[in-house]
Ligand binder design. Structure first.
Ligand code: GLN
Length: 286
């Protein structure tokens, strides 16, 4: 007969996982263990707390262990669970897209703040679609288009748009490539902006699992800002807005690019909750 093994109940396995993930360098091991266990048991967190003494079935234990093994290798929790919340909406994410960051909410709120009279908007490098989808919801009078170079990302974004019920148009290509002869009232972008020499210093979760094509901004991190600013005057109506998310410390450089690139009027910067200038914008000279 198989020997009677000691049963794992919810509380016991949470405590074990907390120690195990902490050893692997995971920052919030107890909380993450709870989320993984919620997923394995199809419970919400309240349900989990009401079931601390529930023994796990073999199938539940196997499913949970497989997720813990992935997380111990520093795969982001969001890729394991398949979702990330952004501005109150749930977005599906896969390794084809950057996981939405809360810092990017500043880009969305600044776009909304400057959106009076905006009829057409383009989001460049849409990834999961989070920025465009929230903007399409918040600005029902505005036609929202997105472009991404990655067909896999567009597939993820399209699914997110369908689930949210927001009408967003998707185009595949590099920057303004699909928009020959077309002009918008506003262009927003959170482009790849990590300097090449900093890619190695990113957290294991980012460096090992998120798409490099969404992070690598070239030798000085500014490649995509330069390329977008250079083409934007051909794709914005006079007085149109160009808004960027920028990395820590990049605001002065990107502001200078805008000023030299025909966006001298009404340039601005906006800080994230940590006080770092996170969004830079300007208006095409009319
Ligand atoms: N904010 C991301 C990070 O720090 C970078 C996103 C980007 O390059 N646009 O990992």
């Amino acid at each position: 007969m198989a020997q009677q093994q000691e049963k794992w109940d919810v509380l016991k396995i949470l405590n074990w996982t907390k120690g195990y993930l902490a050893e692997k360098g995971v920052e919030n091991p107890r909380l993450e263990a709870e989320w993984l266990l919620c997923e394995a048991l199809s419970l919400d967190r309240v349900g989990l707390y009401l079931n601390f003494d529930k023994p796990l079935s073999d199938a539940e234990l196997a499913a949970y262990k497989a997720m813990v093994v992935r997380r111990a290798k520093r795969e982001p929790l969001q890729y394991i669970l398949g979702t990330q919340e952004f501005m109150g909406l749930e977005f599906q994410v896969t390794p084809a897209v950057l996981i939405p960051r809360h810092d990017t909410e500043v880009l969305v709120s600044e776009a909304i703040r400057h959106a009076a009279g905006i009829k057409t908007l383009l989001d460049i490098g849409t990834g999961s679609g989070c920025v465009a989808i929230v903007l399409a919801r918040e600005l029902p009078e505005t036609e929202v288009a997105t472009v991404d170079i990655s067909p896999e990302a567009i597939e993820v974004a399209r699914g997110n748009a369908e689930r949210s019920g927001s009408p967003v148009h998707f185009f595949q290509g590099s920057l303004f490539e699909p928009f020959a002869g077309r002009r918008f009232d506003m262009v927003v972008s959170n482009p790849p902006y990590i300097r090449k020499d900093e890619l190695d210093t990113l957290q294991p979760e980012v460096r090992g699992f998120e798409p490099m094509s969404a992070l690598d901004g070239g030798n000085d991190g500014l490649d995509f800002y330069r390329a977008i600013v250079a083409d934007a005057p051909r794709h914005l109506n006079p007085g149109g807005w160009l808004l960027f998310e920028v990395g820590a410390g990049q605001a002065p450089d990107v502001l200078a690019l805008l000023q030299q690139g025909g966006f001298a009027a009404e340039t601005f910067t906006a800080p994230d909750p940590a006080g770092i200038d996170r969004v830079v914008g300007g208006r095409l000279n009319s």
